[in-house]
Write a protein that binds this ligand. Sequence first.
Ligand code: PLP
Length: 332
Amino acid sequence: LFNFAAGPATLPESVILEAQAELFNYQGSGMSIMEMSHRSKEFDYVIKKAESDLRSLLSISDDYSVLFLQGGATTQFAAAPLNLCASPDTTVDYIVTGSWGDKAFKEAQKYCKPNLIWSGKAEKYTKIPCFDSLQQSPDARYLHICANETIHGVEFKDYPTPANKDSVLVADMSSNFCSKPVDVSRFGLIYAGAQKNVGPSGVTVVIVRKDLIGNAQPITPVMLDYKTHADTLSLYNTPPCFAIYICSLVFADLLKQGGLVESVRSLMNVPFTLRRPELEKTFIAEASKEGMVQLKGHRSVGGMRASIYNAMPLAGVEKLVAFMKDFQARNP
Ligand code: PLP
């Protein structure tokens, strides 16, 4: 079965199997991770590992806090203005490219003065604005975007830069979190519900620049104040332990696979090598017999190269992938 749900969504099979194997007996403790104190040494290890693996995956510097919170991304629609705007009179900017950005914009109206500087609604949310023509407010405290609109399927491929030096970029990355490398240093705040790319529902990841913490509006509930959670390593109250545990397995799994895909990897020319280079001639010869030709790498670098320009049908790529897996199984 292939689960195409938008969230909660499919998880790596290897992660489910790993969690299953230690469901009743976490690391020989005789207990399930679900039954343990969030202040136990076992859970302390889990949450710290989750944070450090996520930091490695996204190259998050020490200038940022990584928080594991509850309330879903929807709660962040309120937490962002409450934490970043010193008063309800603070101006902020919103770019709305779909329903989730619109919800965030509407929620912000309760806690600050958001300007809708661009909306794709008239074009049925099929566009991203041209950054040069944006009319940003000169005194905006932040510029909010939804990096990927889950309902309309619209994704920012690059990010706008806030117009003034005191403003920061804020992004809801719920539905494209950890799907590719992101330059975190371009953002003041990133938040994402886990239940699409990195875990089950129940935990929301917040990555916030440390200098933005500690200035929440006085009315901010203690659970929405980033300082509460930054000061306590996300253990102010009982966190969603099991969800964080699954996220930690997903982060480790992503790292094991080599991290987030290299941003410079070409989608057109795909050079590759074999762990046993002495098999390259056989690989090329066998592939050729199966009707896949011209796979020899350029003479200056060796190895193999699959060039997959526009006219290459999907069936060709699928056949090559199947052949590679079969060849690997036959030549361990
Ligand atoms: N933002 C985006 C982009 C979403 O896709 C979703 C949920 O699908 C949300 C926010 C709301 O997230 P949550 O259900 O975690 O509150």
